[in-house]
Ligand binder design. Structure first.
Ligand code: PBG
Length: 335
């Protein structure tokens, strides 16, 4: 006996009937994926010149401002609602305090102004964290060798405000300092930016799957130590609910779980517990694993790319940040 016993059993019940034809499969599908679910992360490159391939992420590029309008136009044309910007900062612009993060002329701000004026209806998501800008590669500033929470918050709040002033619609703090959502909300509201949204990287784990991203940004060589004093322990699940609860109390509009596929259980718990817009980040390492296997002929892209993304919808996500966004949107359009 189980909870389904009263619903009958084989041979009267045959679940294969509903799977027998394409039309029934389409009718009974419990989840769907569309371009509306996708957010495309984009790496920015300083200076002019050509797009530059990211070796550890085949098919992804570092894009200079000259090429950005064309590159992002592909997302606009196919109906992707938003992109997320990540800057590869020149080593000479990095310092221990991450000063470039609060420079209104930094790469992200320049890109935001350009994109907002070209594509006003495209959602722009800006990462809030210091790691692209610090010479030690941490997401906050160091005091006595430790990432200092409250001093980092002040800089992060400043970073958020200048990005919003440059045209970023949604700030996505990925730094995992305590109290950052409240600090950002207060700073944005004081600056009159009450409509700027916060998508919190609420449950962000200290993961090995960020490796290729750090190469893309040039922060991997720079990183001293690891991020386990601020990012979450992969062993934990209840703690993710506390992180999300705090961020919602502090004013997060949307929450995110990161990485994606290894943490589907967390997504499901978060969505069930809070019923708020929940996002997953299918991170660089997930992309590189799948893409690497595809490029070697070991996995079929026509099957695995969309399968890897529908998993997030099934788990309860409103949307997914994925390097496959453009590729997936093109596949969905082809049908
Ligand atoms: C930086 C940040 C990271 C990612 C997004 N924002 C890396 C990190 O925390 O070290 C990872 C994204 C990816 O791997 O695709 N705070």
């Amino acid at each position: 006996m189980n909870q389904f016993s009263s619903l009958g059993s084989y041979p009267a019940v045959r679940l294969r009937r509903n799977r027998a034809d394409d039309w029934t499969r389409r009718l009974v599908a419990e989840n769907t994926l569309s371009a509306n679910d996708l957010i495309w992360p984009i790496f920015l490159k300083e200076g002019s010149g050509n797009n530059e391939p990211v070796v550890s992420m085949p098919g992804q590029l570092r894009v200079p401002l000259d090429e950005l309008v064309d590159h992002v136009g592909q997302a606009v044309d196919i109906g992707i609602p938003a992109i997320a910007l990540f800057p590869a900062t020149l080593p000479e612009r990095k310092d221990s305090e991450g000063s470039e993060a609060t420079n209104p002329e930094n790469l992200v701000c320049k890109a935001a102004r350009l994109l907002k004026s070209t594509y006003p209806a495209l959602g722009l998501i800006g990462d809030v964290a210091l790691d692209p800008y610090t010479d030690h590669g941490h997401d906050g500033v160091l005091r006595n060798g430790l990432v200092a929470n409250d001093e980092s918050l002040e800089i992060l709040a400043h970073q958020a405000v200048i990005q919003a002033q440059a045209g970023i619609d949604t700030l996505a703090p990925s730094d995992m300092m305590d109290g950052r959502i409240g600090a950002l909300r207060t700073a944005l509201d004081l600056a009159g930016l009450t409509d700027v949204r916060l998508m919190s990287y609420a449950a962000k784990y200290a993961s090995g799957f960020y490796g290729p991203f750090r190469e893309a940004l040039g922060s991997s060589g720079a990183l001293k130590g690891d991020k386990r004093t601020y990012q979450m322990d992969p062993a934990n699940s209840d703690e993710a609910l506390r992180e999300v609860a705090l961020d919602l109390q502090e004013g997060a509009d949307m929450v995110m779980v990161k990485p994606g596929m290894p943490y589907l259980d967390i997504i499901q718990r978060v969505k069930t517990a809070f019923a708020v817009p929940t996002f997953a980040y299918q991170v660089s390492g997930e992309y590189s694993m799948i893409k690497g296997a595809i490029d070697n002929g070991w996995l079929d892209p026509d099957k695995v790319i969309l399968e890897s993304l529908i998993a997030f919808k099934r788990a309860g996500c409103s949307g997914i940040l994925t390097y496959f966004a453009l590729d997936a949107a093109e596949r969905l359009k082809r049908g």
